[in-house]
Design a binder for this molecule. Structure first.
Ligand SMILES: [Zn+2]
Length: 404
């Protein structure tokens, strides 16, 4: 059994919108209350044990007595908030994954979401266009594809453009792809090309978003200017004590329009990129039984400003994540290997080339091809790396077989 998610656009009616917004508000309130309590508890007594999500669920009962309006929303959504907060704390305790101490959530964020867990039949895909959600009833939706299976949970969200979506997680059977292709491949993730396969095939990331980027830049500037002006007007109204002072940026339609345009353009770019990655990974999983990729240290690389843009553009992290779950669905094998020295070792004779040891990272990235001083083979940097990656992956399989 495997978990699969699919996304749908929701078209809630006015009453449902009201209920969804109330749920956003309540889950945010619970998150902030719990976070404040955890912090206060630690401050008052540094030796006090951290309260996990079950303990927070118990606190929820007292919170409901204090704030009865919390009873009007889906209870599983409030519990899911506790478990999300618990996860955020776990990430913080486990320093490797940390994004820092959990933050309070703000009402001012345009994007909001809540997660609801299936409780018997509380979430159900009724037909091609109707989803049953707790407290909301039947909500109309449109989706590119609908997966069947037992629904585990659903996340309802509004994006910064004011569109509603649901991401539904279902449990379904694994579909093992047959026949096996008996093909193996190593992939080097590059900058010039999105990836280089060990058989010499190069996959380029089309820079179709260059036009869009230009437009985004223009609209971002407009947004910033209109925001500044709006803030000035708000300050003016406050200072002059006008009769009906404007207090929120939401009261400035021209600023809102610019903001929505930026969000829309960014979305188009990311949709296109995502679509391309989906197609690529599906092709790879169909074509090969074993796929070997390198382990990426994206956090280390993002610190280097020149590379940051290119990396985020290529969406490496996404690509590996997609390969991971698709390999899992279709019964293929994804091996992640240590990329250390893969571009400095000769794939023909296996000797480590020390010629480039003194170069800075920048200079080293500029070396596109080199000749092996031991065996004389002329090597393309990225292709050589992908072949080394494949070798490492296959060696790993052999090692596992020997152990088993
Ligand atoms: Zn060599």
């Amino acid at each position: 059994m495997t978990l699969k998610a699919f996304k749908m656009r929701l078209y809630p009616n006015q009453k449902q919108i009201k209920q969804i917004k109330q749920t956003f508000g309540s889950t945010r309130f619970v998150w902030n209350q719990m976070l404040a309590r955890q912090s206060a508890r630690h401050k008052n007594n540094p030796n006090a044990k951290y309260q996990n999500n079950y303990a927070m669920d118990l606190m929820l009962t007292t919170l409901k007595a204090e704030y009865p309006w919390l009873k009007d929303v889906d209870n599983t959504a409030l519990q899911a908030t506790n478990s999300n907060l618990h996860d955020a704390f776990q990430r913080f305790f486990n320093k490797k994954l940390s994004n820092g101490y959990p933050c309070f959530k703000s009402k001012k964020n345009y994007a909001q979401s809540y997660t609801t867990k299936n409780n018997g039949q509380s979430i159900k895909v009724i037909d091609d266009h109707h989803l049953k959600l707790p407290k909301l009833g039947k909500v109309y939706f449109r989706a590119g594809r609908i997966l069947t299976g037992k629904v585990k949970r659903a996340t309802v969200r509004i994006n910064s453009q004011g569109q509603y979506y649901a991401i539904v997680l279902v449990e379904s059977e694994k579909q093992v792809l047959k026949p096996k292709t008996k093909q193996v491949v190593g992939i080097d993730l590059g900058l010039d090309s999105l990836m280089i396969l060990s058989n010499g095939q190069k996959v380029n990331m089309v820079h179709f978003d260059n036009d869009a980027k230009q437009q985004i830049r223009v609209w971002e500037r407009k947004t910033a200017r209109r925001r500044q002006n709006a803030l000035k007007e708000i300050a003016f109204d406050k200072h002059e004590k006008v009769l009906f002072p404007r207090t929120s940026l939401r009261q400035f339609p021209r600023y809102q329009q610019a903001r929505l345009t930026v969000a829309k353009l960014k979305r188009q770019v990311s949709d296109r990129r995502n679509d391309k990655l989906q197609k690529l990974t599906t092709q790879l999983v169909q074509g090969y039984d074993v796929i070997v990729v390198e382990k990426l240290n994206t956090q280390g690389m993002l610190k280097n400003h020149h590379l940051a843009r290119a990396i985020s553009n290529a969406g490496w992290g996404n690509l590996v994540r997609m390969l991971q779950y698709k390999c899992d669905w279709y019964g293929k094998q994804l091996i992640i290997v240590d990329p250390k020295y893969t571009s400095r070792i000769c794939s023909a004779c296996g000797q480590h080339n020390h010629q480039f040891d003194g170069l800075s990272q920048h200079e080293w990235l500029a070396v596109r091809e080199w000749q092996c001083p031991t065996c004389g083979t002329h090597l393309d940097r990225d292709l050589n790396a992908s072949q080394n990656i494949l070798k490492r992956g296959l060696a790993q399989i052999e090692k596992e077989k020997a152990l088993a």
